[in-house]
Design a protein around this ligand. Structure first.
Ligand SMILES: [Zn+2]
Length: 289
């Protein structure tokens, strides 16, 4: 499904590191302990996954054996698409930071296939897109987009860009020092449920920041209601409640790390409707931008 979003209108020029085809270092998982391991577990990934898949511990994550090779033309289009979306997030967030008298440092986005090394450890495509606060990089295997279509029923260009904008939202949190604050709060949490609560708020704020980006590019990219609905379907499809229902047949609220579908949609729309990051107050205190 491709909707009508005119992503070609968006400014490109993102910092993309193309590591596709490299294949990573099979079995060369580095030990991730201490701060790095903790943060990547806290900055929960967009796709609801077991953090052990990225931390390299425990069971082996399923690899995408069925990944089909894409033609060079298709790869180029994926690259172009990611470049336009990333470039537009740079423009949007630089402007917002500038208005607040701050400086925004553009993140780097690493395109990879199958396995990738990050400062937060080795990760396979199975974990979905993620952000590593230790190297300020977003990691993305574009085959995730096909997976979204197949398994989550939430495709469409704007839905794909929402995934990127959400990861960039984690970078914004890192730039603002919110990630550090949350990490400290989690270290002092008295229960796992309380610590998970902080993760949920962090995730929902990244959804809200993605909505802010959507607001700022909506006219340039000619976003339609159908585009937005596509992104909302995606948010609905990957809420923890939906994932857990699919996986276990029941939901366990205390173990939520991304937020429910309803929460994700609500916070995305909060950002999208107002375009004001100060409204992305998922922690109940000012975001201060
Ligand atoms: Zn996330």
């Amino acid at each position: 499904m491709t909707l009508t979003m005119d992503w070609q209108n968006l400014p490109g020029g993102g910092n993309i590191e193309d590591r596709r085809g490299g294949g990573g270092i099979p079995g060369g998982g580095i030990a991730v302990g201490g701060v790095g391991g903790l943060i990547i577990a806290l900055i929960a990934m967009f796709f609801g996954v077991d953090p052990s898949a990225i931390l390299g511990g425990g069971g082996s994550a399923p690899t995408t054996q069925t990944r089909t090779q894409t033609a060079p033309g298709e790869q180029d289009q994926a690259y172009q698409f990611v470049d336009r979306i990333l470039g537009s997030t740079n423009t949007v967030w630089s402007g917002i930071f500038q208005q607040a008298g701050r400086t925004y440092t553009d993140p780097t986005l690493v395109l990879f296939s199958n396995v990738v090394q990050s400062a937060c450890g080795q990760a396979s495509s199975a974990v979905g897109p993620f952000y590593c606060p230790l190297d300020n990089k977003v990691y993305l295997d574009t085959s995730f987009f096909a997976q979204m279509d197949r398994r989550l029923g939430g495709g469409g260009d704007f839905a794909y860009s929402y995934v990127i904008a959400h990861e960039v939202g984690h970078h914004v949190q890192n730039e603002l020092g919110i990630s550090d604050q949350v990490e400290r709060a989690q270290q002092q949490a008295r229960s796992e449920a309380e610590a998970n609560g902080y993760s949920v708020r962090l995730e929902l704020q990244a959804d809200c920041f993605a909505g802010v980006w959507g607001n700022k590019v909506s006219s340039l990219a000619n976003l339609t209601e159908a585009d937005v609905r596509g992104a909302i379907n995606t948010a609905t499809a990957i809420g923890d409640d939906t994932l857990q229902r699919q996986g276990q047949g029941y939901v366990v609220p205390d173990s939520f790390t991304h937020g429910t579908s309803e929460q994700r949609v609500r916070w995305f729309m909060t950002g999208f409707q107002g375009g004001d990051p100060n409204k992305c107050d998922t922690f109940g205190q000012n975001v201060r931008l």
